[in-house]
Design a protein around this ligand. Structure first.
Ligand SMILES: [Zn+2]
Length: 344
């Protein structure tokens, strides 16, 4: 089985954008408007069509089996409006993901976004995680380390601000993928400098913190191959050593995992050389940031299975860990037996 641990619903029917645009229109008139959840007008047929012709088609073309699926990350937009804006939008987005996974139970498993809002308490996110995991069978969440969209106004990930959320993650035994949303800071570009910079920043927050001492069972996935982290592992190891933080591998590798959303062979080879196999989860983030074909290879940049297949060092056991074994361990609520039963 091949599990893609990083997919977003980027091809939503028009009713989803219409809901969000209506929120933004209201905010233009009244920034303090208190939002109710309301309704997203999308039919099951529209959802089916949007998945069949996009994500499911590519799953089949590329030979992957299951996608761990979450709302479109660049649309989480935690900086838009106020806390009630984020709450209503997030609940709708998570309900929509649940509908996709109910319609396609053999191919998609749900992961939630959180109703974060800049300079606002984390309690609403704790409640939404509980609603999604206990109430709707979600197996993880996307945690935004910078709800301000590029201004980094909120506490670092090592701060106690986040601790009630980490406690809930451990209690529910679900991992978080670190994932920022759209950048609204003028010098940042969302899916390139902002995403990769935020992945790197989040890693550093955590390596400098006591989070994994206080929460030894916490599981964090850094996406996009870990941003700059694997490439600069020597720098981070040296900084940890200079600061008296000990061996970096021992400090973080019991808790941090990296995905394989790296869009060229040499980048994947480096990731696989530097980071232990047990800490790498297969992912493509399709249909996402990069949608074109690489003229050098003739294949889609985000067809990352080809790079894992193309690596010359991995043996069969290591490939199996990256393609599914590690994901089953990290996403411990992923019930592969049930999914395989459904497929039988
Ligand atoms: Zn993503």
């Amino acid at each position: 089985m091949i599990i893609d641990c990083h997919g977003h619903y980027t091809t939503t029917p028009p009713g989803v954008a219409a809901y969000r645009e209506a929120q933004k229109e209201i905010l233009k008139r009244d920034p303090d408007h208190v939002f109710e959840k309301g309704d997203v007008v999308v039919s099951d047929d529209e959802i089916r069509e949007s998945i069949l012709s996009n994500q499911l088609r590519l799953q089949r073309d590329r030979g992957t089996d299951l996608t761990i699926f979450s709302p479109r990350a660049s649309w989480m937009g935690h900086h838009v409006g106020n806390a009630s804006t984020s709450q209503a939008w997030t609940e709708q987005q998570n309900d929509l993901i649940k509908r996709v996974c109910t319609l396609f139970p053999e191919n998609f498993v749900p992961v939630c976004q959180l109703p974060q809002s800049p300079e606002t308490g984390i309690e609403a996110s704790v409640r939404e995680l509980e609603r999604c995991v206990n109430g709707m069978g979600f197996i993880g969440c996307n945690l935004n380390p910078d709800p301000s969209g590029g201004f980094w106004k909120d506490a670092r990930l090592g701060d106690r601000y986040w601790y009630p959320f980490y406690e809930k993650m451990v209690e529910l035994d679900v991992p978080a993928m670190i994932h920022v949303s759209g950048a609204c800071q003028h010098s940042l570009d969302t899916t390139s400098s902002y995403y990769l910079g935020a992945d790197t920043t989040a890693f550093v927050h955590l390596m400098f913190s006591e989070v994994f001492v206080d929460f030894p069972k916490l599981k964090i996935i850094i996406p996009h191959g870990g941003g700059a982290v694997p490439y600069h592992w020597g720098r981070f190891r040296g900084i940890a050593q200079d600061k008296g933080l000990g061996d970096l591998d021992e400090r973080v590798l019991g808790n941090i995992y990296f995905d394989t959303c790296v869009y060229h062979q040499k980048g994947i080879d480096l990731l696989l050389d530097v980071i232990p196999t047990e800490n790498i989860l297969f992912a493509s983030e399709m249909i996402g940031a990069v949608r074109g074909v690489d003229p050098h290879s003739g294949h889609y940049y985000d067809d990352t299975k080809r790079y894992i297949d193309g690596n010359k060092r991995l043996d069969a056991r290591e490939r199996e860990l990256i393609f599914s074994g590690n994901a089953m361990k990290v996403f411990s609520r992923l019930d592969v037996q049930r999914i395989r039963g459904d497929q039988a």
